[in-house]
Ligand binder design. Structure first.
Ligand code: FDA
Length: 391
């Protein structure tokens, strides 16, 4: 059979591209080396897939060109995807503001995408690694163990490097380079941070302790939960800030976000002058953390012995706590890959390469990375939709 479009990658962006192209009457073949389509969708949102975020704006994405994502996001909004979900009678709920999750299972999202593919006449071939791509007169030839497939349009939807066990590979970056595209340095994003040496020892034994914080790095801040782990720190606030952090970047935590810590300590002194500082601090922070802070960093004596200046100083420290991370847990646990195919040489309207006619890049393989909360899938749907309309 002849194809108009070959999509490499049966993930979120690839399947959306295929559906939209198929609905336009294009003959579409999707190739994936994995044994299942949409493995990351299946794993996402703790098995319930946080499939979009109704508050999506371009400001929720990191990219060297922050304008690149605007066109696709504007043309395929969270409401378009919600319409599709509702058409398939998939029940969902809003968790944190804007974050939509399936009530039942992420499997329903994959089922929905595959049903839409079938309805649009799309052929999906799994266990089909592409070993070589050749551009020629009639378009692109893709060599696979199933034989060679050719089409005038080729869509690279192979995602980033996070979680190799789910089929992630650097294939898309290699194809980009093969056709002369620049690939910006990649690193793990939305990933727990690790502590080491004395920095780890000081927080040792706190695994499981969670608290609301504001994490700040590189001029950006996120207010959400922090969770101490056996290897370092995680929780949504840390995953978010990890995309802005690299070794050497100053990471600060407000351990009492939204609270005037000085006022809180002053009233603690007024109400309980004989109480130890550690006891008062334990009423503001998880007890194990408060005790550790007092063991290692902060003096603890009866509250009445603290002067205003000392309380002010401690309050300032608690609201701008430096935390020295040694690194990240890496691609093994990262939700996304930062960096990737440079958007400068890709059309933001069609997602087609400016270097090679008929070659498209969609989804996470591009240098567009969303915040935590359904934004990465929204980018996958929106970029896939834009390419699907163009191929
Ligand atoms: P995706 O990675 O989905 O698909 C790429 C496809 O290409 C895969 O099927 C892979 O097998 C295939 N492939 C790779 N190399 C190939 C090769 N050489 N040959 C053939 N096929 C190849 N986002 C969000 O918005 N909400 C959420 O709840 C979550 N949760 C979440 C949990 C976990 C554990 C992870 C790892 C990630 C998330 N994410 C998320 C992020 C989200 O999953 C991610 O951004 C999108 O899946 C990216 O979609 P793509 O289609 O671009 O790549």
């Amino acid at each position: 059979m002849e194809y108009d479009v070959i999509v490499i990658g049966a993930g979120a962006a690839g399947l959306m591209t295929a559906i939209v192209a198929g609905q336009r009457g294009r003959r579409v073949l999707v190739l994936d080396h994995a044994n299942k389509a949409g493995k990351k969708i299946l794993m996402s949102g703790g098995g319930r897939c946080n499939f979009t975020n109704t508050n999506t704006t371009p400001a929720n994405f990191l990219s060297r060109n922050p304008h690149f994502c605007k066109s696709a996001l504007a043309r395929y909004t969270p409401w378009h995807f919600i319409d599709l979900v509702e058409k398939h009678r998939i029940k969902y709920h809003e968790k944190s503001p804007g974050q939509l999750f399936c009530d039942e299972s992420s499997k329903l999202i994959v089922r929905m995408l595959l049903d839409e593919c079938a309805a649009a006449g799309v052929r999906v071939e799994l266990n089909a690694p592409v070993t070589r791509i050749k551009a020629g007169e009639g378009g692109f030839g893709c060599d696979t163990p199933l034989g060679r497939f050719s089409a005038p349009s080729l869509v690279i939807a192979t995602g980033g490097l996070s979680i190799p066990s789910l089929g992630a590979s650097g294939f898309g970056y290699d194809v980009a380079k093969q056709f002369g595209h620049a690939v910006l340095p990649v690193r793990a994003g939305l990933v727990p941070l690790t502590l080491s040496g004395k920095h780890q020892e000081r927080y040792d034994g706190l695994a499981g302790v969670a608290l609301p914080i504001e994490a700040r790095a590189d001029g950006t801040s996120f207010r959400d939960a922090l969770l101490f782990t056996h290897r370092g720190i995680s929780g949504p606030a840390i995953l978010q800030i990890s995309s802005y952090w690299e070794p050497g970047v100053d990471l600060r935590l407000d351990l009492l976000p939204g609270i005037d810590a000085y006022e809180a300590l002053r009233s603690g002194r007024e109400e309980r002058p004989a109480a130890e500082f550690r006891t008062v601090l334990s009423s503001l922070l998880p007890r194990r953390l408060a005790e550790r802070l007092c063991e290692v960093w902060l003096p603890s004596k009866p509250m009445r012995q603290y002067r205003d200046a000392e309380l002010k100083d401690i309050a300032a420290q608690l609201q701008d706590w430096p935390l020295v991370a040694s690194g990240t847990e890496g691609y093994r646990t990262a939700e996304v890959t930062l960096g990737g195919v440079d958007t400068d040489e890709v059309s933001s309207a069609t997602l087609m390469s400016k270097r090679q006619q008929g070659l498209y890049f969609v989804g996470e393989v591009l240098d567009v990375t969303g915040h935590l909360g359904g934004y990465n899938f929204q980018w996958a749907w929106a970029s896939g939709h834009a390419a699907g309309q163009a191929v």
